[in-house]
Write a protein that binds this ligand. Sequence first.
Ligand code: NAD
Length: 495
Amino acid sequence: RPIAIMPKMADQRTHLVLENYIGGKFVQCSRHVDSYDPSTGEVYCKVPDSDKEEVEEAVKAAKEAFPAWSSKSPLERSQILNKLADLIDAHLEEFAQAESKDQGKTITFARTVDIPRSAYNFRFFASSILHHTTECSQMDHMGCMLYTVRSPVGVAGLISPWNLPLYLLTWKIAPAIATGNTVVAKPSEMTSVTAWMMCKLLDEAGVPPGVVNIVFGTGPRAGDALVSHPEVPLISFTGSTTTAQRITERSAPHCKKLSMELGGKNPALVFRDADLDECVPATVRSSFWNQGEICLCTSRIFVERSIYSEFLQRFVEAAQKYKTGVPTDTTVHNGALISKEHLEKVKGYVKLALAEGGKVLCGEGISSLDLPERNKSGYFMLPTVITDISDESRCMQEEIFGPVTCIVPFDSEEEVIRRANNVKYGLSAVVWSRDVGRVHRVAKQLQAGLVWTNCWLIRDLNLPFGGMKYSGIGREGAKDSYDFFTEVKTIAVKH
Ligand code: NAD
């Protein structure tokens, strides 16, 4: 049994106090921000409110560690990443409990998705780093051979959001350090606990001091200091489009390399030949999984008119059975939303839909939740279905990022492609049809970085992940992350 990495709290009034992790040491910060347990609405943790000074220290430590770390062989780095993956696995239950409490997601989701995938991110890049080759071209007529070499970029700045906290942070740390960079990472101030727990495993895994530095705090202070730091030449960011625009401005004076994984307004297109036995449960899941707080969640469902009423009836029935409750209850599908402000924002969209003449068929305003006394101030919301809404309404145009989905009918293939593309985002889309010709035709025309047909969220981490339009810049995945976290140089040798 591994030694616990989470301290036991004396009672519920004692706050967990996090520290920054810089140069292989835990360093206290004099200022803190509150972090809430979304299932109760109570403050339970104090997160460092780091600023320029802390970021400066972390960048210094990362710079010092870079020469030795980048000189190690890929195999040496790979072994360390694998050891870290093993340690995360060994502490899976502790991590899952902490992630669920910090984010509001169900313990089942944290146990089966967040934490196993966090460990797998290290394992995946530990393996993939061993298999890259560079390019070579022979130009005999010029007596010349040309080839490329790749080198790590330096200190990588990594910024991640609150919806899949450790999962998305490790999806950046793993490729960054596997390729020989050192990192300064800033997780979301709302969900910092599991990143802090992971720092307790780095030394045992063999990660040298300064290779991974974690500076906790808010976007405008710690985040801004990191993105505008002149000695951080690369920023990998996952979060909202608005923040990405700000980061782009702040990093522009230094011509930084940027990777942006942003929001979505993802459509599902359900044609009349769809297998509804598969499509309905999968689309309920794609709309509401993790409280709808996944960038890939479906939030606009277009259904061919001839099956519209049947689909609607079956979908609403299934949505009503999608249980919301206390995250520790293993029978519930959804827990609490991340924050009071976010809950209000999501509920605000339902009010807006009603004001615009839309209908709410289930969820918010229709049914209420029966919660234990302790959870009555938690940020819970039922899966909500909206219909009778125009494509131009804000609910059909803006990212809601909660358990709300809109369902509307369509008449032709050409029409639905046009309407699906009629948003500023382009992250993912789902097509439901048994006509293979149509599937290829439609998928090709959809403006989305990822298109699933007759399924949702099946991933191969080797292949590119990312969005087009306002959903992102660049792609992540085995080769894409390798390209992003390295600089390429072309060398010509005349013989
Ligand atoms: P956010 O943009 O508010 O915050 C993301 C991170 O950026 C946080 O760590 C935050 O502290 C930091 N930040 C905020 N302002 C900053 C600034 N000025 N400078 C530097 N850093 C700053 O996003 P969020 O609310 O945490 O996450 C939800 C968003 O993330 C949604 O839009 C969702 O679609 C998106 N997301 C995208 C993907 C993807 O892979 N495409 C995955 C998950 C989430």
